[in-house]
Design a protein around this ligand. Structure first.
Ligand SMILES: C[S@@+](CC[C@H](N)C(=O)[O-])C[C@H]1O[C@@H](n2cnc3c(N)ncnc32)[C@H](O)[C@@H]1O
Ligand code: SF4
Ligand code: SF4
Length: 352
């Protein structure tokens, strides 16, 4: 049994954007939409008191999973609690910066509430709006301010920007499955590729040798409902996130732990960290059973999103590359080796 390396918190299941590649059933199984500071404190207490062999000393705490965490009015208070309880942990922020206004940035930086930032900027103005339902001006202004303020304070907080362009997404769905993405407006299917233009814009904003910009990987979790109808045999596919599931926990707004970050409804529960000890959840029978089912590809014994495991695979607009990813997934060790490699090397425009 591997110790837990990272805990992914969904502090809210609501979002300020509506990306065409992200499922709309986010957090459907959880009646609480926002996590409260008290609840998170109870969760953190169970993490804090967990036996050392069950968790890494250098835990990664990822905030923002499955929603826009800054819609939670207590987001900052919760970040303070994470810092206080788990002072040795690395705090990573996942967000698209729509609500990270200058006053919020000032608090985040002044109180050192974040160690690394990951955000998606998925296209230039027109395509961005078509892909995400919001305007780019705001996140862009927020990002510029964050970078400027961070640099003026001399803080080494890397910002990793990822782009899943509308053009790449449409091409990926259509070359692999001969269909169009479910949520893309038919008028937007011929959106022009704007990655190079975006890369050039980012070069002017990000800081060399600290920040990075690259293409995002593509998964089709937003297409589960339509691809299910194709009757694909799920037993032919390996779970691409097994190596993370064995080393990470995902926590929803009511403290419930769900199996995997690709479970957008947050329905595959393995326990509740606000009610049970960390040890009980990590060593629990349900988690062990699910992991064993994933290893044996017994997806029907798990149900839910695992029944469309083919949507969880990393896809590419070239079918050949999709096949290569699938092959790597079949051999978990190869994917693990390649994961970091691909993250670094993939379509990459690193700011030199
Ligand atoms: C679900 S979001 C949650 C955090 C936050 N709302 C955000 O967008 O950054 C986490 C990450 O998943 C990525 N993502 C969502 N749908 C995706 C897809 N179909 N393929 C690849 N990445 C996707 C987003 O770009 C984001 O970086
Ligand atoms: S990818 Fe992030 S920003 Fe887009 S809808 Fe999903 S949770 Fe919101
Ligand atoms: S198969 Fe199930 S556990 Fe694996 S990535 Fe997909 S939803 Fe997650």
């Amino acid at each position: 049994m591997s110790p837990i390396h990272a805990i992914n918190f969904s502090l809210t299941s609501l979002c300020s954007a509506r990306c065409v590649y992200c499922p709309k059933d986010r957090g459907e199984s959880c009646s609480e939409k926002h996590a409260t500071p008290d609840l998170i404190d109870a969760v953190l207490e169970s993490v804090e008191h967990a036996p050392d062999h069950l968790k890494r000393a250098s835990l990664r705490i990822r905030l923002g999973e499955n929603g826009d965490m800054f819609l939670n009015p207590d987001a900052i208070e919760i970040m303070r609690k994470v810092r206080r309880r788990l002072s040795g942990a690395t705090l990573e922020l996942y967000n698209h910066f729509y609500l990270v206004e200058p006053s919020l940035t000032d608090v985040l930086l002044k109180e050192r509430l974040v160690d690394a930032v990951y955000l998606n900027i998925d296209g230039m103005h027109d395509n961005y709006r078509k892909a995400k339902g919001i305007h780019l001006d705001r996140p862009l202004a927020n990002l510029r301010y964050f970078i400027a303020r961070r640099n003026s304070l001399g803080l080494r907080i890397p910002v990793s920007v990822r782009a899943l362009t509308l053009s790449d997404y449409v091409a990926t769905v259509s070359t692999n499955y001969h269909t169009s993405p479910r949520l893309v407006d038919p008028d937007d299917l011929d959106a022009a590729q704007d990655y190079a233009e975006l890369a050039s814009l980012m070069r002017g904003i990000l800081t060399p040798r600290l920040d990075s910009f690259k293409k995002s990987i593509v998964t089709l979790w937003g297409e589960r409902d339509s691809l299910r109808e194709l009757g694909i045999d799920e037993g032919k596919f390996a779970c691409p996130l097994l190596f993370r599931i064995q080393r990470e926990l995902c926590v929803r707004p009511d403290g419930g732990c769900y199996l995997c970050c690709a479970d957008s409804k947050q329905e595959l529960l393995i326990g509740n960290l606000a009610e049970e000890s960390f040890e009980a959840v990590v060593l629990g029978e349900t988690r062990r059973f699910y992991i064993e089912c994933l290893q044996r590809r017994h997806y029907d014994s798990i149900g839910g999103p695992c029944m469309t495991v083919y949507c969880c695979q990393i896809h590419h607009k070239s079918r050949l590359v999709t096949r290569a990813f699938r092959l790597m997934t079949q051999y978990g060790w190869l994917l693990r080796m390649s994961y970091e490699f691909w993250r670094r090397a993939w379509g990459v425009i690193r700011i030199p």
